[in-house]
Design a protein around this ligand. Sequence first.
Ligand code: KG4
Length: 342
Amino acid sequence: MERKITILGIESSCDDTSAAVLQGGVVLSNVIASQKVHEAYGGVVPELASRAHQQNIIPVVSEALKRAGVEAKEVTAVAFTRGPGLLGSLLVGVSFAKGFAIANRIPLIEVNHLQAHILANFIKEPGVENRHPSFPFLTLLVSGGNSQLIVVRDYLDMEMIGQTIDDAAGEAFDKCAKVMGLPYPGGPVIDRLAKEGDANRFTFNKPQIPGLDYSFSGLKTSFLYFLRDRLKENPHFIQENLNDLCASLQKTVVDILMSKLKKAAKQTGIRQIAIGGGVSANSALQQAVHDEAARAGWEVFIPRLGFSVDNAGMVATTGYYKYLAGQFIGLDAAPFARTTLE
Ligand code: KG4
């Protein structure tokens, strides 16, 4: 009897260790172990991340197989995130995937992390109807490490048309949160505090970058200098204005993201819009995308929360399409820290 295509997906590019099992195109399990160890440092510490991946990887894979009701010997291929990401973190997932492939005599599939975030829109879960964009569509990918605009022509045919030239949007949230003394990761905290604040109270510098590229390092610096000056006059400035600061900062980030997304939609003529990555959970960004959708006739797609953050369900799903296309890789595959989609 022919075995059903069963893919074990492994994701370890940053600070989440994740494993997922996909069978017959459907994601049966998606286990994510987030690393709390970084909270004390206000950002991801690469060496600590790779050590935590080493501790997490075996229990996370075991749990994913158990929840899926699948045994290791039933897996037909193992798909792993090869990059981009933190090299030490990636190495753990890549090495585990190779060991698993050798032990079970199955092929390996490399997955580009960015491509996986995009294909998260196509994740199928048992009993859940999947509403997904049709090709071509435009993706805004925004996370702690990425801010990109990508045209998606097919599952495995994508072109990056804009990207950040310095920090990512999530990094801007996290770094500004740190300056205000808020815990890491700062994005969700700012989102929550901004709900009670006046988004028009303060204005911060917006970058003047040509084309479809982004820049967030200037905003971070402008925010830092603004606070430094105000704190000289009033040492309690942050506490007394926290909600307005969060709301104004969030509005600035969202305005920057939206201006290039609108420009890209106009230039390409595409009105199917997907947003992904951790920052896509931001309520103001979601609101702005939906407002623009109503105005410009866009159709919007956002993967549900567990699949918009770093997860192996998206890696297994990408692995599935690469399996169907016969795209495998040898045991000599090394991880890479940086890459484009091409
Ligand atoms: O995709 P993701 O889980 O992984 C990494 O890139 O590491 O994204 C994490 C990023 C962090 O920068 C976090 O602050 C941001 O996503 N984030 C948010 C929100 N939820 C997560 N930023 C703004 N608003 C949110 N609600």
